[in-house]
Design a protein around this ligand. Structure first.
Ligand code: GLU
Length: 498
């Protein structure tokens, strides 16, 4: 069999370590079996997908030195590889399911759906949609459309019986159909959902093995059903163990550094980063921990993939990175590599305008700019709670900055400034006396330095985010309850100003 595997990232955020993790295992699998590794961009969520996120995925994977054989940027025999360019294909297949009575048009309004969810929650039902439009007559469907009602297309999921899935990693799983919703296949904007587009593409692109994160396991029954409806043979599924944070919960940007760029900007070696990622899901014979991608490609055995979640422990990554530094970078190359990382002309040219009038001697350069070249800032209460700011308010403010950064497109210089002002206003914090020193403290570990907003642009979004998170952690962290309450305040305040 020709082995063809793919990753199918959605360009809806910063390039996630989970994308590198999946890309890496797909690459290893493809190389081991002399197959092809494909990137397909799943950008059918029109509201959340952005071209710059797509570019970032390529850039991040290139930093990891993960090379693909087919993809939107390099083409290939089964293109286009971007779902937004394939919408006619999905519409055609959706129509086929409608014609064959395997799918139906559903006219439920947002209010109806909300009501159904409430009922389901009260009665403890697993699925929220009560299938009320599943059996409309053709005439009624036509009348509703003529009256201008919008609709989605839903899959007719069997009402009884069960779906059995043989996963190559997890073994056999059984899902009662009664627990599975009539999945939406086509949204009212005439764009497909992930489920339809993903299955159609995996089939048309001749994907032999779907290697993806465990979080997709619960979607697999719907996919298997779709293959069945179309009369296609499903690929072999391999659901990889989830990446977990140290707290045992799914790795999430709300709590952990998850952007691949963070690891690049913090000065990790991509070889070490990849080695670390392979350890997340795999164990080499003899528990060897340091090995190259080439080596694992050669020796790969899918049976050695673990089934339970893997803890993404940065201390372990640090240790691996150090092994690579010692063993793979000769002493006489070290400075060159550090230069390439952050002591390069391009970076220094951006930094010099911030330094020029602020040092009396060269010796003060590092005193001023140390924060741009270090990963661990020594926080203290004095730093993060200036002028009697309570630690609780400081944490709220730092979390508000994170949310603001997530919301605005221009997060850099201007975004940070407007964020600081907004947060100070929302939480009643004195902007000059408390907010500004707090942000200096969090970003630089001191209350004075080069101009704050230009400095955060140089630090880069991901390191800024991690420093905000680390500062919150230093102050004791926000409990789930506190976080929920805070989110409400934040949302309410955003409504009030708009
Ligand atoms: N678009 C999905 C994602 O964002 C793809 C999941 C899959 O591999 O099927 O990860």
């Amino acid at each position: 069999m020709d082995v063809r595997v793919r990753i199918a990232p959605s360009p809806t955020g910063d390039p996630h370590v989970g994308t590198a993790y999946m890309a890496l295992f797909n690459l290893i699998f493809a190389r081991h079996y002399n197959g092809q590794f494909i990137i397909r961009i799943e950008d059918t969520d029109q509201t959340r997908s952005r071209p710059e996120y797509e570019e970032n995925i390529y850039e991040a994977l290139k930093w990891c030195k993960i090379q693909w054989d087919e993809g939107p940027d390099i083409g290939g025999p089964y293109g286009p590889y971007k779902q937004s360019e394939r919408t006619d294909i999905y519409r055609k297949y959706c129509q086929q399911l409608l014609d064959e009575g395997k799918a139906y048009k559903c006219f439920a309004t947002a209010e109806e759906l909300a009501e159904m969810r409430e009922v389901a929650a009260k009665t403890g039902k697993r699925q929220g949609y009560d299938r009320r439009y599943r059996n409309l007559s053709e005439k009624e469907v036509e009348e509703r459309i003529a009256a201008g009602q919008t609709y989605v297309v839903r899959l007719k999921v069997p009402l009884t019986g069960e779906c059995v899935i043989e996963d190559a990693i997890r073994g056999r799983s059984v899902f009662p159909w009664a627990d599975v919703d009539d999945q939406v296949l086509m949204k009212s904007d005439n764009f497909p959902t992930y489920h339809l587009a993903n299955v159609v593409d995996d089939h048309l692109m001749k994907i032999s093995h779907v290697i993806r994160g465990d979080e997709w396991m619960s979607s697999t029954p719907k996919h298997v059903l779709l293959y069945d409806c179309f009369g296609w043979t499903p690929p072999t599924f391999l659901h990889m163990p989830l990446l977990l944070g140290k707290d045992g919960r799914k790795l999430s940007k709300r709590r952990n550094p998850t952007s691949i760029f963070y690891y690049r900007d913090a000065g990790y070696l991509s070889e070490a980063f990849l080695n670390f990622l392979t350890l997340m899901g795999y164990s080499m014979p003899g528990d060897t921990e340091i090995y190259s991608v080439e080596q694992i490609c050669k020796e790969f055995d899918p049976k050695r993939i673990g089934a339970s979640g893997a803890v993404f422990d940065v201390l372990k990554l640090d240790w691996i990175n150090q092994q690579y530094l010692i063993n793979n970078i000769p002493q006489d190359q070290l400075w060159k590599r550090i230069q390439e990382w952050s002591f390069n002309d391009a970076f220094m040219q951006k930094l010099m305008p911030l330094v020029h009038t602020r040092i009396k001697t060269f010796g003060e350069f590092m005193e001023l700019c140390d924060f741009l070249f270090i990963n661990h800032i020594k926080y203290s209460n004095e730093l993060l709670c200036p002028k009697d700011l309570s630690s609780e308010l400081a944490m709220n403010a730092l979390q508000g900055m994170i949310w603001h950064m997530d919301e605005v497109e221009n997060w850099g210089r201007d975004g940070f400034e407007s964020g600081g002002k907004r947060v100070a206003a929302v939480f009643g914090i004195h902007f000059k006396k408390q907010m500004i020193p707090l942000l200096f403290g969090s970003m630089m570990g001191k209350h004075h330095g080069p101009p704050l907003y230009d400095s955060v642009t140089l630090l880069g979004k991901d390191r800024v985010r991690v420093r905000l998170l680390n500062s919150i952690e230093f102050l004791g962290g926000l409990s789930n309850k506190a976080m929920d309450a805070l989110k409400k305040t934040w949302k309410q305040a955003s409504v009030d100003v708009s």
